[in-house]
Design a protein around this ligand. Structure first.
Ligand code: EPU
Length: 452
């Protein structure tokens, strides 16, 4: 298995472009099931989850082509298939987002239940509740969800998607996609407001759907009979952008991030600035702007300089549904705050068990005290390199960040978790001055390799 060997203590400086968003791309890809015409998606990141989704769509009768880097063309050619099997869905929870499109277009769907996940329980009751409100019958058989639309067509309805931890992002994507082809009007109340939902609604509307209110908690969908093919560019990845911001800050570096979705990162820039990180957006001419987001540029594709020259101040962070602070950046901010001067507090309100990084950061000298969903981070002067491992994507990213700042060598084991969300992170960090090498763990001394 691959591992990263990081020699810490190097200041990052340079320019990086933020890639297209994995979490936006996955439901967009599933929308290929809503039409028999071709869907061309641009700026698709070459990640394992994307490849798994291509494979899943292939099983569901979609052909695919990748005519150039970052471009993916999908077309549903055999609409008789509707079974998303466990072997594929278990590799990627987002496989669940084929459920709504399949049901809406083919009148039936059989999708394996995704199963457990390292970041905590991942129920799908809200997805199912939403589809039932559109007239579907749903039952479980042999670990699969079997859903059917009466007379092969869903019917608009009122859907409430709020749960104990807020709304559901992929559940909203599922219900909104299904409602696009249902008979009549659907009102989704307590919809997720995440930018990935806005991107999906934008693309579906360009395909001929009639969706209003995406990005707010109330989405209204007037169902249409058919959707057509489209050419769509996916939004940049706000979580990758936030991770790179932390990389600049934790190394006291200075990174110029291009294609940065600052408009979707207000809660993150607020916390980073409160901690003392400097953020400066550039205007259309490349000059530093006095506005947080200059009026003359696309707010989702800003060029911004992120820099830090000092020891950071401690801050309090609570993760929340968008536009609050994203759970997918909680682990990375924790790594950063381990080196702040004083006590920070992080409370996780979306996935209260999402703390796989806590024990590993502690092995590097961080002082962390967890009580339930809250961690107190007592800043230390330095982190010390160590062999570490985390079995989830964002936790792994936080360990890489810690390794960049730590004294000595950090080995991050099992980087396949990281590879699920970040394309060639080692090359990108090395291009701005980090010392990060990918190695096969067979090349490492046995005591540095994570045990089973
Ligand atoms: N929830 C329910 N019932 C449901 C669905 C969700 O109770 O039917 C709960 C979850 O247990 C959680 C909360 O609602 O407490 C939010 O979960 P959500 O459904 O919004 O998560 P998701 O849609 O499955 C997406 C991202 C995650 C990200 C979450 C929250 C994708 C592919 N995944 O998951 O991304 O953490 O939204 O923003 O879009 C990641 O990229 O590392 C990642 C895990």
């Amino acid at each position: 298995m691959d591992a990263f060997v990081i020699e810490g203590g190097r200041r990052l400086e340079g320019r990086l472009r933020v890639n297209g968003a994995k979490n936006a791309a996955l439901p967009l890809m599933a929308a290929a099931l809503l039409t028999d015409q071709p869907l061309t998606l641009r700026d698709i990141p070459p990640l394992a989850d994307i490849r798994n989704m291509v494979a899943l769509l292939g099983e569901l009768g979609c052909s695919h082509e990748a005519p150039e880097d970052g471009v993916l063309r999908l077309q549903a050619r055999d609409e008789s298939r509707s079974h998303a099997r466990y072997d594929i869905v278990r590799t990627m929870r987002a496989g669940i987002c084929v459920l709504g499109p399949l049901l809406a277009r083919r009148g039936e769907a059989r999708v394996s239940l995704p199963g457990g996940c390292a970041i905590g329980d991942r129920p799908i009751d809200l997805h199912l509740r939403g589809l039932v409100a559109l007239g579907a019958t749903v039952f479980l058989k042999g670990g699969d969800i079997i859903a059917k639309a009466p007379r092969r067509r869903l019917k608009g309805g009122r859907v409430f998607l709020g749960g104990a931890f807020g709304s559901t992002v992929l559940g909203t994507a599922n219900v909104m996609s299904a409602a696009a082809l249902a008979d009549g009007q659907t009102i989704i109340e307590s919809a997720a407001c995440e930018p990935e939902i806005v991107d999906l609604a934008t693309m579906l509307n360009a395909m001929g759907a009639n969706i209003r209110g995406a990005g707010s908690p109330r989405i209204i969908v007037e169902g249409v009979r058919d959707l057509r093919g489209i050419d769509h560019t996916v939004i940049p990845d706000r979580i990758e952008a936030g991770t790179l911001m932390c990389a600049a800050a934790i190394t006291n570096g200075s990174l110029l991030l291009e294609n940065c979705p600052l408009d979707a990162l207000m809660a993150v820039s607020d916390r980073l600035e409160a901690a003392g990180v400097q953020m400066k957006a550039l205007d259309r001419h490349g000059n530093p702007s006095s506005d947080p987001i200059p009026a003359d540029v696309d707010p989702m594709r800003v060029t911004v300089r992120v820099a830090s020259e000092r020891v950071l101040r401690p801050v309090e962070i609570t993760t929340q549904p968008h536009p609050g602070f994203p759970t997918d950046l909680q682990a990375q901010l924790m790594a950063l705050l381990t080196l702040a001067e004083g006590n920070s507090v992080i409370t996780e309100k979306i996935f209260p068990e999402r703390f796989l990084h806590v024990a590993e950061l502690s092995r590097m000298g961080a002082r962390l005290f967890r009580q339930g969903p809250t961690v107190i981070i007592s800043g230390v002067r330095r982190l010390v390199g160590a062999p570490v491992m985390a079995s989830d994507l964002r936790a792994s990213a936080s360990l890489v960040l810690a390794g960049l700042a730590a004294e000595g060598t950090t080995i991050v084991n099992r980087v396949y978790h990281l590879d699920r969300g970040y394309h060639k992170m080692e090359d990108r960090l090395a291009s701005v001055g980090a010392s990060v090498k990918r190695v096969d763990d067979k090349e490492l001394a046995p005591q540095l390799v994570a045990a089973e």
